[in-house]
Design a protein around this ligand. Sequence first.
Ligand code: GLN
Ligand code: ZN
Length: 777
Amino acid sequence: MQTHNLGYPRIGSNRELKKACEQYWAGKTAAAALEQTARSIRNQNWQLQKKSGIDLIPVNDFSFYDQVLDTCIMTGAIPERFHPLVEKAQLSALDLLFSMARGYQKNGYDLTAMEMTKWFDTNYHYIVPEFKRDQQFSFFNDTVLHQFLEAKKEGYLCKPVLIGPVSFLLLGKEKEPGFHRIDLLKNLLPVYFEILARLDQHGAYYIQMDEPCLALDLTEKERQALRTTYTAIRQRFPNLRIILANYFECPGANLKTALELPVHILHLDLVRCPSQLDDILAVPEFVNGRTGLSLGVVDGRNIWKNDFQRSLPLIQKAIQKTGPERIWIAPSCSLLHVPCDLELEAGEKSFLPEIKQWMAFARQKLAEVAALKQIAGDPGDALSKALLEENAKAIRARDTSLLIHQPQVKARAAVIAAADAKRTSPFSVRKEKQQHTLRLPLFPTTTIGSFPQTKEVRAWRAQWKKQLLSDEAYELLIREETSRAVQWQEAIGLDVLVHGEFERNDMVEYFGERLNGFAFTQNGWVQSYGSRCVKPPVIYGDVFRTEPMTVAWTTYAQSLTTRHVKGMLTGPVTILQWSFVRNDQPRSTTCNQIALAIRDEVTDLEKAGIKIIQIDEPAIREGLPLRKEAQPQYLDWAVNAFRIAASGVRDETQIHTHMCYSEFNDIIPSIAAMDADVITIETSRSQMELLDAFTSFAYPNDIGPGVYDIHSPRVPSKEEMVALMEKALDHIPAERLWVNPDCGLKTRNWEETTEALSAMIQAAKKLRKKVNAPVPE
Ligand code: GLN
Ligand code: ZN
């Protein structure tokens, strides 16, 4: 029996990579310094994994930005617009990579960034490969080889990790009509062969090929692509040991295909899908064959301590059927999705020790993997018994903790009625009443909520958290910043204002800190995209609100202007989705508890005179189960939770929602069912592709398709924005269109923001002229 790991967090336990990247982008350090930070993170990670008892260690799980982007560069899938950067500007591979991720607006170039979207059902974003009909590939960049040699030189037994060619193609997008990206396999495979040949030559033995597409509903053609790929790899590289990794979902109807693939080890996510083990062990050809099984029993997606009493029977069952030699023990997926080290949570402000002993972060999970090998391999041993007893004690403590259960919360959630999830009147009636009270022009302009969180603002918060700044002093500074933002919005001429969210560190953390049932880490960072990291709250118990969370800030901003200030809340599904959620009750139950708390906040805002309230649900799409058959049930409870949060107000109160980061085309009917009066939604990076969905489905309410890609430092022109809105006008009548950016502006600076939003307001004026709308006074 052996242990291995699928991937380790690469940001560094103190976010060293984030800091180093941002310094480099700002031109403050040279590439060599960034490379040095990267090398030291890799080295520490390898060392730590080995020390923790991991027999086979992943390499090439490191990335400066994203592993799918790395695969694009590795295989030469570089969109044409970036070619001059290589050919003429002679950018280094590193700079090319950052340009593809972030856009390039320098030296006379103006190149838009590649699209970004969610990695399966996680909160990690990958860069979407762009494919053309005659797409050619080449072995363009050999970072994978360097990283392998780097680890080998240090003496580690390691395996390069590659995204398998089939998943790589499926994760991408056709950029022109007339082909399916899976048809590109024949062009792509030779490049993978070249890469594998080089690794083979240099002494690689194990190779981890991630094919998480097995978790999706695949067509027969796509399954055939998997068979073709792995049969060819086996034939060409009889000496390589391929570990084929699937995670995040059962292979379902793809199981037969997965079992047929001539690979050496098949990795299973037994946290998401424990039942697949029985299915596999019931196949005599598999049991009598030689393929190894990697049992992903330690949850790579959540922070709860592993329950050995549940994991061990799975391991024992597999050993019984196949013998221990074929068994590997592993986390369920890459540990990219959990924070680095629970031991860093030692400060005074850390959560209660009682809660801490229920948890395990990446480093602790490695120890769990090693402990499971020890116990399963030698159950009678004293060490095994001690490990088992210690684990059982922690699990029992959590089961019975009084911190978790609040009878009054459970009682309120139990009596939620259908009427609680329904606005009083239908949209058409509400729209008329809202127009009457709000008096907004055609193509109203607004923003998504946050404004630049400058160094100063972040410094104030950091000082305040360290108690170097009093509550009063901090509040005063934030008020001043809010007041400046309100004046600034009036000056540039926005129609619906926001307070700017300067008091918020993060849109989920802010609410979690004010709700009961949440715990917070000091250093529990997880990569979200590029250098952006989030610190997800931990929902450990029943959730409830004891007092208003946002009313003071919103009403303060409203007191400064005669224009409408939009209240800004995070929705229940997003709070759920971006937290580490308790695993002792269904997610839907936890979601309803959060929905009731947000509902109370919405009605408090209304009572305080706020007429427009936005409930952000950027994460609603990413909670969607990967398999179609499970999706309707999720959408039902998720949409209903939003409606519970939104439906406590009068018809006159305008409810907005906001969505981003995903493609929403496939869930537009559910988005419509949320029945928000207005939705602002990310569309600019994909050039309004979202609107294609509207040819077959008539979206009924108001909508603001984003015209400014805020994830890129690039500033779009007024003409570009008008053109995007004109596309929108083909599908949606002018009376129902809003003009706004793709998302909040907290990551941008004031200069870019001013330039972009001024252009956006000009664009709205142009549009009003175009449809001959009366000019507002
Ligand atoms: N209101 C939030 C903001 O503007 C929304 C962020 C998001 O959708 N991710 O920052
Ligand atoms: Zn957004």
